[in-house]
Design a binder for this molecule. Structure first.
Ligand code: DGY
Length: 437
């Protein structure tokens, strides 16, 4: 498995960065890149540094870290740079085409974790850390400055693609409310459904809305204030904010090591931790949900994003108890359910094979594993880890997996893209890096 993980990462390596998978995603993706660096740190340590550096080559002047860097042209993906139209935006880099939205902020905790890998023993490490720290800080500052209009300590995402959990049923109500009367048809432009089973991917109706948002942002010149005024999609995502909180914590830890003043980050962090627990916690459900700023309500759809506050360490012990009660009632419904599904099996929209509407993802189970360990649930944490490794050993380094037990119809093969980089990378992290996070 280690050799296969290394060769998967090797095959997906391009000129200084790693693509998530040749078949579906031929560029560099933001949060993928973070998880991938954690595997490269074991298979090819200097590349972990190169990977992160390449990602930050796409950073905008205002601090935004784009969700895609289009390092080289490739016609096998939609929407490409011609749709994003960021070249004319003054803040965008001049020498690299990028998308104009971001993804969950993972890089600070990725850097902290790299400290416990061979990457931190490289002679180049100290310079790398000193170089990246202010860039990550600038990204967080962008989020707090441009994505938190009411100063709540919760930042909003502008697009479901910024959540990382692209077609989660949590976004259905927001997307359905978008008026697409004048939006263009995009079904014929999609490349993803030519490359993998359309049943495993978002629907055309969804995609039309995704692109309607991108077209709106391009028309508004990626001006965040204008987007906040006009866009129908403004959501305080629980996964995004929890990973931001975990990353703030790492900025504080790393900043102190570097002898820097961390007061600014500490102030963000105190607000964010309190706001996640106050605004995104639903006492009745015993679960965390994302908040729709447009509609002024929680999006009460149980997804695995609601467990991310465990990883961030923001839950009170009583909340952790309630959450974990829900994990066994709604997600891993008996011991035969090996991994945490992305959407609870009790949600009417649950679809065990469709992308983020049910399948189990390795990165979400990795976050859950560390969250459980953090809250002293060592047995369950060990089970999630063992089952993650087992799924990959049995099926390969797929993008996602049917979470149902075979006796309940669970597919005996992996889903989405195969030779998927972050699955391979996290296999290496799971098995070679015993440090807690
Ligand atoms: C895709 O193309 O499905 C990506 O996840 C969007 O960034």
């Amino acid at each position: 498995m280690h050799a296969l993980a290394s060769s998967t990462l090797e095959n997906n390596w391009r000129d200084g960065y790693t693509i998530p998978s040749a078949r579906l995603y031929p560029f560099q993706w933001n949060w993928d890149s973070g998880f991938i660096a954690l595997g490269l740190a074991w298979s090819h340590p200097p590349r972990a540094l190169e990977e992160v550096r390449s990602m930050f080559r796409g950073q905008w002047g205002n601090g935004l870290l784009p969700h895609i860097n289009f390092h080289q042209p490739n016609p096998n993906y939609f929407p490409g740079p011609d749709v994003w139209r960021t070249a004319a935006v003054p803040a965008a880099p001049q020498d690299l085409a990028t998308s104009g939205i971001t993804q969950p902020p993972v890089f600070a905790f990725v850097l902290e974790r790299l400290l416990t890998t061979p990457a931190a023993e490289l002679p180049a490490w100290a310079d790398f850390l000193a170089e990246l720290y202010p860039k990550i800080l600038a990204f967080h500052r962008y989020l707090y400055t441009c994505r938190d209009p009411h100063g709540e300590g919760l930042v909003y995402i502008q697009h479901n693609w910024e959540s990382g959990t692209d077609n989660s049923p949590a976004w259905d109500a927001v997307l359905d409310a978008i008026d697409v009367t004048h939006a263009r048809e995009v079904a014929h432009l999609r490349r993803d459904i030519r490359n993998v089973d359309a049943a495993h991917r978002p629907t055309n109706e969804n995609y039309r809305r995704y692109i309607a948002l991108v077209d709106l942002f391009a028309r508004l010149g990626y001006d965040d204030a204008a987007i906040a005024r006009e866009s129908p999609f403004l959501v305080q995502d629980v996964l995004f904010n929890s990973l931001l909180a975990r990353s703030n914590q790492s900025l504080i830890t790393l900043g102190r090591r570097l002898g820097l003043d961390t007061a600014e980050v500490e102030a963000w962090q105190a607000k964010t931790v309190a706001a996640i627990n106050h605004k995104l916690w639903d006492e009745e459900a015993g679960h965390y949900f994302s908040y729709d700023l447009r509609a002024g309500r929680l999006l009460r759809v149980r997804t695995s994003s609601g467990f991310a506050p465990l990883f961030a360490g923001v839950c009170l012990p009583a909340q952790a108890d309630r959450l974990l009660g829900g994990l066994t009632t709604h997600f891993m419904r008996s011991d035969a359910w090996s991994l945490c599904a992305s959407t609870a099996a009790t949600v009417p929209a649950f679809d065990p094979v469709k992308y983020w509407r049910g399948p189990a993802w390795i990165n979400m189970n990795w976050l859950l594993h560390h969250g459980l360990a953090r809250y002293g649930r060592t047995e369950l944490a060990a089970r999630i880890k063992a089952n993650s490794l087992h799924f990959m050993a049995a099926h390969g380094y797929f993008e996602y997996f049917d979470p149902r037990p075979p006796a309940e119809g669970g597919a005996a093969h992996g889903l989405g893209a195969d030779a998927f980089s972050w699955s391979a990378a996290l296999y290496l992290d799971f098995t070679l890096n015993p440090a807690p996070l």
